[in-house]
Design a protein around this ligand. Structure first.
Ligand SMILES: Nc1ncnc2c1ncn2[C@@H]1O[C@H](COP(=O)(O)OP(=O)(O)OP(=O)(O)O)[C@@H](O)[C@H]1O
Ligand SMILES: [Mg+2]
Length: 583
């Protein structure tokens, strides 16, 4: 550390220099006040040890001059003098000296005071360095603050302005140095931002009390009468002891952002509306599609039914005519046979009478005819014929009756049907449907019927027959070689219950819930449409009924249909795709 010794007496100077050079490396000397000042300016010593009494410029004046000069670093000044009056000591300190050493000096004391000086200089240097750092970071902070578009001001508890950034300066009257330290409310331009004059005080007070950051939205009209929206964030700034020192208020103009938000919100709402409309439309489309699929399926099936109906009606008509005359001829034949029988009886009586007469009494020709009649009777076994003819006629009658019945069933089954519900006899429907599909069934299954006494059901008979047919055909198809099909009907709790069971291959549990789905089939491509059960389901639902399936793989399947007994359901219920299936 550079030390300057100022002493006019050469002996004292030499002695002092000698003494101090033992501990100090950088010593500068001067013998007059003026020389001392020159050296001071040139060498910038950190410690000056100066005699009071000096030629040209006294040590006290040198001291004053140094203190009056702005220096980069602090200089520690020790005045040495033989003057020891109290006023002299006071004069020394008033002139700006840091210490005072009485002459003649004691070297140890001087060294001790020098050390104190060095310590103080060190502290002073540290302090200066810290201050520089502080200033640098303050400047940095201010630069950042100034670069921000947000208005930032800091106020103390009395709402005096502590600091302010460039953006906020725009709404202030005066320069930076003019406004800092002044009451904030009085500095604001009459621009229209009323916040600083109206709400600030209360919010700052709250921030001091709650010590919490607060955010408020503020709307006002500016000088051009346009609405401005600002977001104000009040941040309490605390010292180490946790006390709020200042409150920093950051004001952000969010008018544009707010407008954009509003626009986005509006657009979002529109979007939501559109998307919900889309979802609705989609749902409608989906259900329309499902309905279409169903309708298509039903149409397919009804077309099939219609063509079966047409065919059956044609066949029935064609069969009806010949059956009619066969049946009436058989009746006539029966009558004829009766007449002929009676005649044969007369002939036979005549023959017996002739035979009882003596042969001489009869002409040869008659005798020959009697013999011929007898032989012919034996040959043709007239007794058998007479008995058999009756049986044959009875059989023929039965046959034609059966033909009539089948034709009736066909007509009943395939009748185009009315377009409104009518009283329907379920047992009759089952019987005629069974007769129609019997050909499909008879080689594979024996059919057992247990049909109970049933009230009428209000419905579309042909459609219900279609359900029975679909179930019966499936049942027959499920039986590999031979099995049983049981048809039972019963009135259960005012519901007509139809159960159709088979001993076929059954339905696997994973297929069971899909049995009523349109187009679900386990049959080979081209063999099954997978519509039979779906149509059955829809028809039963239309009749406000229920259809369920129970099945055990490998053992068989039972379809249970329940229909409201004798009830007029009014408007037919719309088909519901939801289904119940249980294993
Ligand atoms: N009684 C039954 N036993 C075993 N499986 C059955 C029975 N009834 C229906 N299924 C199963 O349900 C499926 C669907 O039957 P559905 O009658 O709807 O269509 P499909 O019989 O396959 O075709 P289609 O009826 O057009 O001939 C069948 O493929 C079959 O797997
Ligand atoms: Mg089927």
């Amino acid at each position: 550390m550079k030390i300057m010794i100022v002493e006019d007496d050469p002996v004292s100077l030499a002695l002092l220099k000698k003494n101090l050079s033992k501990t100090e490396a950088q010593l500068v000397t001067a013998r007059t006040g003026a020389e001392a000042w020159e050296r001071f300016v040139q060498d910038q010593p950190r410690i000056v040890i100066s005699d009071w009494m000096l030629p040209e410029l006294s040590g006290i004046d040198l001291c004053r001059k140094i203190r009056d000069t702005e220096t980069a670093v602090y200089t520690y000044i020790i005045i040495m003098t033989a003057k020891d009056r109290k006023e002299d000591v006071l004069t020394t300190f008033e002139a700006g000296a840091d210490d005072y050493v009485a002459k003649p000096y004691d070297l140890r004391e001087l060294n001790a005071r020098l050390n104190t000086g060095k310590r103080i200089i060190q502290l002073e240097d540290n302090h200066q360095a810290l201050q520089k750092k502080l200033i640098r970071s303050r400047t940095k902070l201010q630069t950042v603050f100034d670069a921000l578009t947000e208005e930032i001001i800091s106020v103390d508890q009395n709402i005096n302005l502590d600091s302010i950034n460039k953006a906020a300066m725009k709404i202030m009257r005066g320069t930076y140095s003019e406004v800092v330290g002044q009451p904030c409310c009085e500095l604001i331009e009459e621009s229209g931002d009323t916040f600083y004059r109206s709400n600030l005080q209360q919010l700052v007070q709250e921030a001091f009390e709650t010590r919490r950051t607060n955010r408020v939205l503020d709307r006002f009209r500016n000088a051009d009468d346009q609405e401005v929206i600002k977001e104000r964030t009040l941040i309490p700034v605390m010292s180490e002891d946790g006390k709020v020192q200042t409150v920093t208020i950051v004001s952000r103009d969010i008018t544009d952002a707010h407008q954009r938000n509003e626009e986005i919100r509006g657009l979002n709402q529109k979007l939501k509306k559109i998307s919900s409309e889309l979802i609705k439309k989609n749902a409608t489309l989906e259900s329309t599609l499902k309905n279409l699929e169903r309708t298509q399926a039903q149409m397919l099936q009804s077309e099939k039914m219609a063509s079966i109906g047409q065919l059956a009606a044609g066949v029935a008509h064609e069969i009806n005519n010949p059956t009619g005359f066969v049946s009436s001829n058989i009746k006539t034949l029966g009558d004829y046979q009766e007449d002929l029988g009676r005649l044969i009886q007369v002939y036979q009586a005549l023959k017996a009478a002739l035979k009882a007469m003596p042969s001489e009494a009869l002409p040869e020709a008659v005798l020959s005819l009697v013999d011929q009649a007898e032989t012919t009777e034996e040959e043709i076994d007239i007794e058998f014929i007479q008995q058999d003819v009756n049986e044959l006629i009875t059989d023929c009658r039965e046959g034609t009756e059966r033909i009539k019945k089948i034709v009736e069933d066909l007509k009943h089954f395939a009748h185009p049907g009315e377009d409104r519900m009518t009283e329907t006899d379920i047992n009759k429907g089952l019987e005629s449907t069974l007769n129609v599909v019997y050909n499909e069934i008879k080689y594979k299954a024996t059919v057992t019927k247990d049909l109970g006494d049933l009230p009428m059901v209000y419905g579309f008979p042909q459609q219900l027959n279609q359900v029975f047919m679909n179930i019966l055909v499936n049942a027959a198809q499920a039986i590999e070689k031979s099995g049983e099909i049981t048809i039972e009907t019963e009135l259960v709790d005012q519901m007509v219950e139809v159960r159709i069971s088979d001993t076929g291959r059954g339905i696997s549990p994973e297929h069971l819930p899909r049995i009523f789905d349109p187009f679900f089939t386990t049959k080979d491509v081209g063999k099954g449409t997978g519509l039979g059960m779906n149509i059955a389901y829809n028809i039963i639902k239309k009749h406000n009924g229920d259809i369920q399936v129970k099945s055990t793989k490998g053992k068989g399947t039972t379809f249970i249909i329940q229909l409201p007994a004798d009830a007029d359901p009014g408007e037919a219920g719309s088909p519901d795709p939801a289904m119940t299936a249980s294993a």
